[in-house]
Ligand binder design. Structure first.
Ligand code: HEM
Length: 306
């Protein structure tokens, strides 16, 4: 699967998406100027990655509100507290809706391929062993998993800068520091806190025996705050010398979308940064996504300074 979709993530293709991300960010920020308040999460952090993945896949982006609602349902029911109360009904419902939505699109691309990722995936039938269900699930992964984390990175970056005015002033004076800020946010507010694994053999780590076959939750968010690796790990420090966080995991499953996520987040922050001084938080409350995997704010409202 990776070998196939890697074709959609070549440096040449990514350069095209970078230009598109900058265009979307500039349009969103221009919209804020005429408003008295806006929500960094809903109005900037969510639409950029969502629009880009919809365009990459070749699905209509007038369904962005549906994608977001399916995504929220999948996250809260699979990894949030509602998984205990609703017995998986909402999860199965959202997956079913997505499958019904995608079925005619896949059929259309099989009949008439175009220059998008869904066409690439369906064209490999015969060439690879991907079943129809696997193609569906992979599109679900691309459509949802990569978006939520990238939105969280953008929201958490604005939040971190507002909480650290000295750093904000430094980056405002020198926007070339934005990539360093993003790497520190990836470490400090790791958007995907956990990756699941199954032990392929008996392993012993730090005196704990993990038997072959055991389910393991690797808390990468905790690893990114390991004081043995990162001195004073709870401190947000954009000048940290060690950038070796594992927010995009490591090894063969290293995030396929890491470069895309970085360029989308950079486009969003670059566009907002020159304006940020004119805005202040509407309130200090922080509401986090209801999930033990996804880490980030559900909203971050700003209003024009008086
Ligand atoms: C800040 C944003 C993002 C973060 C923090 C993030 C994080 C991760 C992590 C931790 C994994 C590894 C899972 C594992 O080891 O089992 C992963 C895998 C993956 N990510 Fe991302 N991701 C982000 C954005 C994206 C984007 C934008 C896309 C695509 C559009 C994407 C697509 C994928 C895919 C397809 C995989 C599975 C790779 C595999 O299993 O081989 N991600 N991501």
């Amino acid at each position: 699967m990776r070998a196939i979709v890697d074709r959609g993530f070549t440096p040449r293709r990514l350069a095209r998406w970078e230009a598109r991300a900058q265009e979307l960010a500039a349009a969103a920020v221009a919209g804020f100027r005429s408003n008295a308040r806006f929500d960094v999460v809903a109005d900037l952090a969510v639409p950029i990655p969502m629009t880009i993945i919809a365009e990459m896949l070749g699905v209509e982006n007038d369904r962005l509100a549906d994608f977001k609602s399916w995504s929220d349902t999948l996250i809260s029911t699979a990894t949030g507290s509602s998984r205990e109360t609703d017995g998986g009904r909402a999860l199965i419902g959202a997956l079913g809706d997505l499958r019904s939505y995608l079925r005619p699109i896949l059929r259309a691309r099989r009949a008439e391929p175009s220059d998008d990722l869904i066409s690439v995936l369906v064209a490999t039938e015969g060439e690879s062993d991907l079943t129809d269900l696997e193609i569906h699930l992979f599109i679900v992964l691309l459509l949802l998993a990569g978006n939520e984390t990238t939105s969280q990175l953008i929201g958490s970056t604005v939040d971190a800068l507002l909480r650290h005015p000295a750093d904000l002033a430094r980056v405002e004076a020198d926007p070339s520091l934005v990539p360093e800020v993003l790497e520190e946010v990836l470490r400090w507010e790791c958007p995907a806190q956990m990756v699941p694994r199954q032990a392929a053999e008996d392993v012993e780590m730090h005196g704990i025996k993990i038997p072959k076959g055991a389910q393991v939750a690797l808390m990468i968010g905790a690893a990114n705050r390991d004081e043995r690796r990162f001195p004073d790990p709870d401190r947000f420090d954009i000048s940290r010398a060690d950038k070796g966080h594992i927010a995009f995991s490591a090894g063969p499953h290293y995030c396929l979308g890491a470069s895309l996520a970085r360029l989308e987040a950079r486009a969003a922050i670059d566009a907002l940064l020159p304006e940020l001084g004119r805005w202040e938080r509407v309130d200090e409350t922080r509401e986090y996504v209801n999930s033990f995997v996804v880490r980030g704010l559900t909203r971050l409202e700003l209003r024009a300074r008086r």
